[in-house]
Design a protein around this ligand. Structure first.
Ligand SMILES: NC(=O)c1ccc[n+]([C@@H]2O[C@H](COP(=O)([O-])OP(=O)(O)OC[C@H]3O[C@@H](n4cnc5c(N)ncnc54)[C@H](OP(=O)(O)O)[C@@H]3O)[C@@H](O)[C@H]2O)c1
Length: 255
């Protein structure tokens, strides 16, 4: 039996897709973390898998982090896989975004991801893996999505450095950078205004199920950076050679 898997953001979208994939794996337990208890319970009964353990926690609150820390200290599990998938973004100019939402984005996408990773490391061993869900938004700044893009640039940078730190322990770190994915994310990011992606983004929307399956395969191959989808690979290359200011202008125009 493999050790346990821990997945954040498990109540919807990409995180939920990871759980569906993992329910066919041989992990001893799968801890599924999010705030919406009903969603986690429904997912567990839908999959009919007793190894799934719902953990209701707000990762931006001290109590949420303490709850997971205490559970780890109490149960001392063998953590074979950590998937940091919880995330949020607000599609609005900074001037129109509240302090709470700006702080919430950074707290969830950067702070809680870093803290949770640090909490899990003592329980990881040779062969364990970490998957951090960043975004192609992290390749360059994004006007109208500034805090989110900056937070995902943090996730990419953090993952790359962590991967080198953990290489001597033979723990792999795979940073996944998808473009638009069909989940609740866009609706939440626009305060319910738009449920679907618009502009050129709607042409390249990915399926969460395919993304989750491909990301797990990439982690098994110990890929360090997994840029998902041809269009995002193009953006990745463009972000290295085209002045960011030009791309930002095109993006602003095509939103
Ligand atoms: N969809 C896209 O286009 C896209 C593209 C690139 C990258 N991503 C990234 O993919 C990841 C998953 O997003 P998604 O598309 O699957 O969106 P989603 O359906 O909105 O999922 C977000 C998940 O994060 C959890 N979450 C939010 N705030 C939380 C908090 N304070 N504490 C604990 N959990 C919290 C949510 O659960 P609760 O609300 O139940 O807590 C939910 O399970 C995110 O990191 C996102 O940035 C998404």
């Amino acid at each position: 039996m493999k050790g346990i898997a821990i997945v954040t953001g498990a109540s919807s979208g990409i995180g939920e897709a990871f759980i569906k994939e993992l329910s066919g794996s041989d992990h001893e337990q799968i801890w599924i973390i999010a705030r919406r208890k009903d969603r986690l319970s429904t997912l567990k009964s839908l999959l009919g898998d007793d190894r799934i353990i719902p953990v209701v926690a707000d990762l931006t609150a001290d109590e949420g982090i303490c709850l997971i820390k205490d559970k780890l200290e109490r149960e001392k599990p063998d953590v074979a896989l950590l998937i940091n998938c919880a995330g949020m973004g607000i599609r609005r100019d900074v001037a129109d975004t509240s302090a709470d939402l700006l702080a919430g984005t950074v707290n969830l996408n950067c702070t809680s991801l870093s803290i949770l990773t640090g909490l899990c490391l003592p329980y990881m061993h040779e062969g364990s893996g970490i998957i951090n869900i960043a975004s192609s938004a992290g390749f360059l700044p994004q006007p109208g999505f500034a805090a989110y893009a900056a937070s995902k640039a943090y996730v990419i940078s953090f993952s790359r450095a962590l991967g080198v730190e953990l290489s001597s322990r033979k723990i792999s770190v795979t940073c996944v950078t998808p473009g638009p994915v069909a989940t609740e994310f866009q609706s939440k990011a626009t305060g319910g205004e738009k449920t679907d992606f618009t502009g050129f983004r709607k042409l390249v929307v990915a399926s969460p199920d395919k993304l989750a399956a491909a990301s797990l395969r990439a982690a098994q191959r110990r890929r360090r950076l997994y840029v998902y989808g041809f269009s995002q690979k193009l953006l990745h290359v463009a972000a290295k050679i085209v002045p960011h200011y030009w791309i930002m202008k095109i993006e602003r125009f095509g939103k």
